[in-house]
Design a protein around this ligand. Structure first.
Ligand code: SAH
Length: 222
């Protein structure tokens, strides 16, 4: 098996200096999570480049720098309950799990859900991530509210109301929105029950948030 320690260190250094991230814990998380385990074996040699890579099922694992950037926007302190929409490879969830108390991650594609759930639970044995197979555009009502929500696919219909409703007062949501005029990363802060701030935090390119036929959680696994 290849040893990626050196490449991983270069990647973490590059990402935090490029983004000017001063929170040392984000760098520590980048150093702890083995990104090569989240990509197909044939692409492992490129796992520590700052690029997105295909993970099958027509989906991609995001650049390490976008993962780090979106994570930094969440302002995690360690005690939060975080909802992620779009599990994909599980890499973003694994980074979050290093920095908060509990991650709930939702994936709509069954094949990816099964593969990533197996990786996180049985291979990596991450204890503070729960995986769900469901349409994340409606959130996870039975587990709401959340301190933080991160969406890693792009909404074409603005910010889904159910997600806003599932955010705690004082909470932060990071969501890419693309209404046909280019993707923008939006940071929503819920100041009071009906008072929010919205900030554009950059331009991004994510796969679309698709709508499922079924809005119920149809599978969940610890
Ligand atoms: N966070 C991922 C990258 C996201 S790729 C990582 O770290 O690798 C976007 C993912 O969102 C894809 O896996 C896609 O299937 C999923 N997705 C798209 N629409 C969704 C929806 N409505 N609910 C849940 N997941 C969705």
């Amino acid at each position: 098996m290849m040893d990626f320690t050196f490449q991983k260190r270069i990647m973490a250094e590059t990402v935090v200096s490029k983004l000017n991230i001063t929170d040392y814990r984000i760098k520590k998380a980048l150093l702890r999570v083995e990104r090569h385990l989240f990509v197909p074996q044939a692409l492992q040699f490129r796992a520590y480049e700052d690029i997105s890579l295909p993970i099958g099922y027509n989906q991609t694992i995001s650049h390490p720098s976008i993962v780090a950037y979106m994570t930094s926007l969440l302002e995690l302190e360690g005690d939060e309950k975080v909802l992620e929409i779009g599990t994909g490879s599980g890499y973003q969830a694994a980074i979050l799990a290093e920095l908060c108390k509990q991650v709930y991650t939702v994936e709509i594609k069954q094949g990816l859900f099964e593969k990533t759930h197996a990786l996180l639970k049985f291979k990596l044995r991450v204890v503070n991530i729960r995986c769900y197979l469901s349409d994340g555009s409606v959130g996870l009502k039975e587990l709401a509210p959340f301190d933080r929500i991160i969406v890693t696919c792009s909404s074409s219909e603005g910010i889904p109301e159910s997600l806003i409703n599932q955010l705690k007062v004082g909470g932060i949501m990071v969501i890419p929105v693309d209404e046909g005029d280019g993707g923008r990363l939006i940071v929503v802060k819920k100041l009071e029950q009906n008072r929010f701030t919205y900030e554009i935090a950059g331009e991004v390119d994510f796969v679309p948030l698709v709508k499922g036929k079924n809005n119920d959680v149809f599978t969940s696994m610890a």
